[in-house]
Design a protein around this ligand. Structure first.
Ligand SMILES: [Zn+2]
Length: 540
């Protein structure tokens, strides 16, 4: 007879159980020492072993020869319970029997002592589904339980239980299983899986999202075809995307390249992925990357082949962007349920995720700032050294002086502007040359022109044209002074003036323009974004 894998491979003893080590250790100890509570509450998401543990506990406390707190599986009681033939263990699913009559029927039998074993055990699944009247009936029994009575209540939503019930139970929280735990369990249970592609089992474990029961049923579906278990087969069966596709799309969305994102989605659709499955997978992917970003325990425990890739991606994408992607993916997944064209939902999701934020609210700005500082930290990784220490050459003092009390324009320069400015050696008016070159700049490089236009013509002397910027426009000055831009403008000035021309942008009243203009634009950007006192540039 066919038996679903999750029933077939349900753990029979505590030692067979996957994960939940702390819970299992305590339960085994209680069995071994005979200190059994009257009411247990097993909490945690579905498919992680609550009901299995309850059944094992029921057998263990009734076992005639328990081994280290585990049921022996051989004695009369164990055998009877394995065949569901005992009158001493009752199971009830509150999801389908939530009415007070049903719980009363169950509780009526409490009066009679166990027939075979030592304890009468009531296992109530999804106990939070009971009606209020049913809770009250249960509570009465819990208040004065007969010595042989043990309740094991299981729930996915303990917060829905009345505090009167909670306070009478010994509570155990069951955690989600790691992918590795699930893979090991599958391999131990079914030796042929040693032949399966490792990627196939990883994909099943990831899709199961911490639930062993889901892993079994996915495995069941994938093995139904009788073919060898390959990653490709699993992906096709689940309608899931290749994990590398998830990494790529996350990178693309983070880079903000909408066109590329749409191209990738096109490929994903051609590969036959289901939109909703894909969005769920993508959400899970981003959650995992976020876990790595935050150094969460679930991430640290991860060992599979992808762990390193997750770590790398988490270093590349800022936290606000990850949060935004996750939020949008969850919203889109919900939207697909009602959408006439799920593909449009996916495309819209991608385009939204490419834009960092919507609206100009404070959170958006805060996110933008964090995004910027993240970009700066990447820049820093690529060679620019930043330290949070006082600047080596003590420019603080200089800046302070300059900002509070701008130095007078050097005499040399003031004298030069009206006098030497009159004519170039080639016999042209420098201001005319300047304006002509500026016009050409507007045509050839509008971005540079826009910045140059923020400054003003600062005069001409000895073949050099100057552009002056206000004291707070250091970024603009350095942008224009960058070698390739400087050379381009010099070429225009040379051509318009008919003689070799030089160019430099300076700050108003800046004496040390030569040394300061050497600073790299990126370094200046760092200083002006993070604050002068936070940054020290090492030029080696
Ligand atoms: Zn036994």
């Amino acid at each position: 007879m066919y038996q679903a894998l999750y029933r077939k491979w349900r753990s029979r003893t505590f030692s067979e159980m996957v994960g939940q080590e702390a819970v299992i250790r305590t339960l085994r100890h209680q069995v071994a020492s005979g200190r059994i509570a009257h009411a247990y509450l097993f909490c945690g998401s579905h498919g992680i072993g609550k009901t299995s543990a309850a059944k094992i506990m029921a057998r263990a406390i009734n076992c005639l020869h328990p081994v280290d707190g585990d049921p022996c599986m051989e004695c009369e009681s164990c055998r009877a319970l394995m065949e569901n033939a005992s009158l001493d263990v009752f199971e009830m699913d509150a999801a389908s029997n939530s009415r007070v009559e049903e719980i009363r029927d169950l509780l009526e039998k409490v009066e009679y002592p166990p027939q075979n074993g030592k304890y009468k055990v009531y296992i109530i699944d999804e106990v939070h589904m009971l009606s209020n009247a049913a809770f009250n009936a249960l509570l009465k029994t819990l208040e004065e339980p007969p010595s042989y009575m043990v309740f094991i209540l299981a729930t996915t939503e303990p917060q829905k239980l009345p505090s009167t019930i909670l306070s009478r139970c010994q509570r155990f929280d069951f955690g989600r299983l790691t992918e590795e735990q699930m893979i090991n369990r599958m391999k131990t249970a079914i030796p042929e899986l040693a032949e399966a592609e490792p990627g196939a089992l990883e994909l099943i474990a990831r899709s199961a999202d911490g639930s062993m029961r889901d892993a079994w049923s996915l495995l069941d579906t994938c093995m139904g075809s009788g073919e060898k278990l390959t990653e490709k087969l699993v992906r096709e069966t689940l309608g899931a995307a290749d994990s590398s596709v998830l990494f790529e799309l996350a990178d693309t969305l983070a880079s903000g390249n909408g066109t590329q994102a749409l191209n990738e989605i096109d490929e994903i659709m051609r590969a036959g992925c289901d939109v909703q499955v894909f969005l769920r997978d993508f959400g899970a992917h981003v959650r995992t990357v976020t876990a790595f970003k935050l150094g969460a325990r679930s991430a640290e425990e991860m060992t599979g082949a992808n762990a390193q890739r997750y770590r790398e991606q988490s270093e590349q994408i800022s936290l606000p962007r990850l949060m935004r992607m996750l939020e949008l993916a969850m919203q889109a997944e919900a939207d697909t349920r009602y959408a006439a064209s799920p593909r449009s939902v996916l495309e819209l999701f991608a385009l939204r995720a490419c834009r960092m934020t919507e609206g100009e609210d404070v959170q958006a700005l805060a996110d933008r700032v964090e995004e910027l500082s993240h970009q700066l930290s990447l820049l820093q990784k690529n060679g620019v050294v930043v330290q949070t220490a006082a600047p080596a050459q003590n420019p603080e003092k200089k800046d302070e002086k300059k900002e509070k009390k701008p130095a007078p324009v050097p005499q040399k320069q003031t004298a030069r502007v009206p006098g030497a400015d009159a004519q170039t050696p080639a016999g042209k008016r420098p201001a005319d040359v300047w304006n002509a070159a500026l016009k050409r700049l507007a045509k050839e490089a509008v971005a540079v022109y826009a910045i140059v236009n923020q400054g003003r013509y600062g005069g001409y002397a000895d073949g050099t044209y100057r552009l002056t910027f206000a004291p707070d426009a250091g970024i603009s000055r350095d942008y224009v002074n960058k070698q390739e831009r400087k050379e381009m403008f010099e070429r225009l000035l040379t051509e318009e003036g008919g003689e070799e021309a030089h160019f430099e942008a300076v700050m108003e009243g800046d004496k040390s323009m030569d040394t300061r203009s050497k600073q790299d634009y990126d370094e200046r950007l760092l200083i002006e974004t993070l604050g002068r006192d936070k940054v020290q540039i090492d030029n080696d």
